[in-house]
Write a protein that binds this ligand. Structure first.
Ligand SMILES: [Mg+2]
Length: 278
């Protein structure tokens, strides 16, 4: 029996079918290429009229570049279907009516901040007024003490401290490297201000994706969207906290021992994203 088309699966305690949210890296593709059957699965769901969203925590490339990458694998994804932490940051800034931002992010991400005024940070404009927010992301080796001091001063003067994520480290070409979280934590420590976070696993991130589907918590019967991903914390635990059904794939960073030793229970565990149409 197909997973799609059932209004509920009481044996697993899940409601299906209102919409699917897909993680990208590790779920639709890996560094080795596209996951076998993934393009077909996404295409089949589309042909059945199931609304789709694509949610990634990437903070080094713009939404357009992510969409181009997906297209190169054979996934046609519209801008409004694709959610990144930078897009979520834009939503937060709009909601708070903050227009002048100081960006400390990878320069490619400046494309996603169109519509805002930028000064200081990695922008080409000097700040002549205090920015309403400091946006912190992945600057990697481009971080300097001067840039950290600049961000620090804006926050001390009252700017909102907004962080794309608070990742601790990642595996770079030379070995483990500090991720944005180390810099965010440093700014939090020095300013005494807690950063507002964007992206997975923030419930507000999932809420904004779900809202784009015309849904909001608490979901009615048959409305509960499904998040499918390979990250136990960002994809599964985060989505469940936001009231979604969460399916873990055995691809990407999946490790059976990590699942078994965790306290997280996915609503379903599937071999790969191809199984959503089995
Ligand atoms: Mg992933």
């Amino acid at each position: 029996m197909s997973a799609i088309g059932r209004s509920s699966d009481t044996s697993a305690g899940i409601d299906l079918t209102s919409a699917f949210l897909f993680d990208l890296d590790g779920t639709l593709y890996t560094s080795e290429g596209v996951i076998p059957g993934a393009v077909d699965a996404v295409g089949t769901l589309r042909s059945r009229g199931v609304p789709l969203r694509f949610v990634t925590n990437t903070t080094r490339t713009s939404r357009r570049a992510v969409a181009d990458r997906l297209a190169s694998f054979g996934f046609a994804v519209a801008d409004e279907e694709l959610f990144t932490p930078a897009i979520a940051a834009g939503t937060v800034l709009h909601e708070r009516r903050i227009e002048l931002i100081s960006p400390f992010v990878a320069r490619d991400l400046l494309d996603d901040l169109e519509g805002f005024s930028l000064c200081g940070g990695v922008s080409s404009q000097r700040c002549t007024a205090r920015p309403g927010a400091v946006l912190v992301g992945d600057l990697g080796n481009d971080w300097t003490p001067a840039l950290l001091n600049e961000a620090f001063r804006y926050v001390m003067d009252g700017a909102l401290l907004l962080a794309l994520h608070k990742g601790r480290y990642w595996m770079g070409p030379q070995g483990l490297e500090l991720d944005a979280g180390a810099y965010v934590a440093g700014l939090e420590y020095a300013t005494g201000v807690q950063a507002l976070l964007c992206g997975k696993p923030q419930v507000t991130f999932f809420d904004s994706v779900v809202l784009s589907l015309g849904l909001r918590r608490p979901f009615r019967d048959g409305e509960r969207p499904v998040m499918i991903g390979d990250d136990l914390w960002n994809d599964i635990e985060g989505a469940q906290r936001a009231g979604l059904s969460a399916w873990l794939v055995r691809t990407g960073k999946f490790r059976a021992d990590v699942l078994e030793s965790s306290t997280i229970t996915p609503d379903r565990v599937v071999d790969s994203v191809a199984d959503v149409i089995q």
